[in-house]
Design a binder for this molecule. Structure first.
Ligand code: HEC
Ligand code: HEC
Length: 164
């Protein structure tokens, strides 16, 4: 009677190990790095990059991602978010200066929500798929819906409120 239980245990343990390895590999090197400090603000960034959505804190992506995003603002996820050259330069420099300081992965994604670390933190185990469809949430990129302090780089677990 004991054997099937032992086999089941071994199987589930190896499945767990495989999962951990897979996540470990995909997640390796991606890190949001330092959260935004109160002193690290930029009025232009707040105004220009916070008008259509949460002003995404620079530490959420590596410098290479910010450079790509800022170089393609005229075709920005279906929107035209272009700026004049001086504003673009100022915001790019600020984002690059405060970009994630712990990003070791070679990928430089355009979306925070495409990164493995984001998907791991927001998987179906944490948040049921129906939650993303709620009118108050709508998009994964709508960080502010659940993290009220998102535009200050505050994603503290204790201050998460999922809207009904
Ligand atoms: C004219 C409106 C508009 C402006 C201005 C704007 N964006 Fe966006 N941005 C969008 C839209 C639309 C999306 C896609 C949102 C979604 O998928 O829900 C987006 C998505 C993003 C994403 C990816 C979010 C994700 O899914 O992880 C980043 C990063 C981003 N914007 C950065 C910026 C930065 C930096 C600026 C300022 C230079 C900026 N945006 C200004 C409209 C805008
Ligand atoms: C539908 C609600 C919801 C939305 C929208 C959402 N999050 Fe979260 N987020 C959560 C929950 C719930 C957790 C807690 C997961 C856990 O306990 O590990 C979390 C965890 C996090 C963490 C880890 C916090 C920690 O201390 O470990 C970060 C960072 C984060 N989210 C960033 C973002 C960003 C950036 C966005 C937008 C691009 C976003 N989240 C959108 C619900 C949300």
């Amino acid at each position: 009677m004991k054997t099937p239980i032992v086999i089941a245990l071994v199987l589930s343990l190896s499945a767990l190990a495989a999962q951990a390895g897979e996540h470990g590999d995909k997640y390796a090197g991606e890190s949001r790095g330092k959260p935004l400090q109160p002193a690290q603000t930029n009025a232009k960034w707040q105004q220009e990059c916070g008008s259509c959505h949460t002003a995404f804190a620079p530490g959420l992506l590596p410098a290479a991602s910010w450079r790509k995003i800022m170089a393609g603002l005229d075709k920005h996820f279906g929107a035209d978010a272009s700026l004049n050259a001086a504003e673009n330069q100022e915001i790019t420099a600020w984002l690059v200066e405060h970009a994630s300081n712990r990003w070791r992965a070679s990928a430089a994604p355009l979306r925070i929500t495409d990164t493995a670390w984001f998907q791991r933190k927001h998987d179906a185990h944490e948040i049921s798929p129906a939650v993303w469809k709620r009118p108050a949430v709508k998009s994964r990129a709508n960080c502010q819906a659940c993290h009220a302090g998102a535009d200050k780089g505050d994603f503290n677990e204790h201050r998460i409120r999922i809207p009904k």
